[in-house]
Design a protein around this ligand. Structure first.
Ligand code: 2U9
Length: 342
């Protein structure tokens, strides 16, 4: 091919192309034209460009210029037609609006967040308000004020994450209740949800960072009856028709203390592997607030009494959904988490 052949071919392709661009009715047609004429792989002008090396350097320059001129003329025509079509809405006619939209991945609330919000709603109905506080705490608020004797094992290094500048990462949200009692005189009804930290290795039922919800009710003449009635009401609201039982337990910050069980959510009490045949599932710990804790928090323990509870929402989410390993909740694996999208 001579330079004249290249030039005339380029001009002819440009003219024919611009004519066809002018009569294109949809964006899709325009796209097809662009590919047919300028496509990187098999565009007609691209093909022509590939034959340039067959020419002498001088001839190549002239032929190349003619091809580039044809290319930019075609690109301008394509852009102009595209804008015209977009403006005219002609394309809309071609668009099948009944086509379902491409599903964009939508996030969802984490199953533990759903549990925390559900529990919070139930206690709000009972007049509890949500209180929050610092995750990096002073040792006294995390241990001293809560009647932990100075040598209590929980304070050991291997249990608690101490901070170099003093203080520690709270091991429970109880410091929030102490800070609240220092600020607001009874009657007090608060819920303290939040993240807590323990020097635990990650295994099927432990995580170094975990969420917790604690609750506190302080008033005159508050008794264990209020504790049992309120927590049983919570269990029935959260788990539906269920039975509860309270087993004696011990915490430094409550006396007397009790664990509350609900009948197994999977076998309804008949006994199954999930509840290890007992028919019961331990949900939370609770107790009457120890007078020493009331005094530490600036509350007159002769005039006021109170009860408190603490639970792990992650554990409750595992019980509810039959999740065997807590790490599944913290691995951020979308394939696992999107099962719980509501
Ligand atoms: C004040 C007074 C009393 C909070 C309580 C529990 C029982 C309890 C555990 C639940 C799951 C810890 O994360 S867990 O292992 N907590 O069982 N917590 S009573 O008692 C308080 C808190 C604050 C001022």
């Amino acid at each position: 091919m001579t330079v004249q052949d290249f030039t005339s071919t380029a001009q002819r392709l440009a003219e024919e192309g611009i004519a066809r661009v002018g009569s294109a009715a949809t964006a899709a047609e325009l796209e097809a034209l662009r590919t047919a004429l300028l496509g990187r792989k098999s565009g007609r002008l691209t093909e022509l460009m590939k034959q340039l090396p067959s020419l002498s350097p001088d001839a190549r320059r002239d032929a190349g210029a003619a091809i580039n001129q044809a290319k930019s003329a075609l690109e301008q025509a394509l852009e102009a037609r595209k804008a015209a079509l977009a403006g005219s809405g002609a394309d809309r006619a071609a668009q099948d609006l009944t086509m379902p939209a491409r599903r964009t991945w939508q996030g969802a609330k984490h199953p533990v967040t759903v549990v925390i919000e559900e529990i919070t709603e139930i206690f709000k109905e009972l007049g509890f308000t949500v209180a929050t506080g610092p995750e990096a705490e002073l040792e006294w608020y995390n241990f001293g004020a809560l009647n932990f004797p100075p040598d209590h094992p929980a304070m050991d290094l291997h249990d608690t994450l101490y901070l170099s500048g003093g203080g520690l990462l709270r091991t429970h949200t109880s410091p929030v209740q102490v800070r609240t009692l220092q600020k607001y005189p009874p009657p007090v009804r608060i819920l303290a949800p939040g993240n807590c930290y323990r020097r635990d290795v990650f295994d099927a039922s432990h995580a170094p960072m975990f969420s917790q919800i604690e609750g506190l009710a302080i008033d005159e003449r508050t008794s264990f009856v209020d504790l049992k009635a309120t927590l049983t009401h919570f269990a029935q609201r959260f788990f539906g028709a269920t039975r509860t039982r309270f087993r004696p337990s011990y915490f430094p910050f409550t006396e007397p203390s009790a664990e509350m069980d609900v009948s197994c959510v999977l076998c309804k009490g008949a006994g199954c592997p999930a509840c290890k045949g007992s028919g019961w599932m331990e949900i939370l710990g609770s107790g009457m607030v120890h007078p020493a804790v009331l005094e530490s928090s600036g509350v007159d323990s002769e005039r006021y009494t109170g009860w408190a509870f603490g639970m792990g929402p992650a554990r409750v989410a595992m019980l509810r959904h039959g999740i065997p390993d807590i790490r599944l909740l913290y691995d951020s694996d979308i394939r696992f988490l999107e099962q719980f999208v509501r």
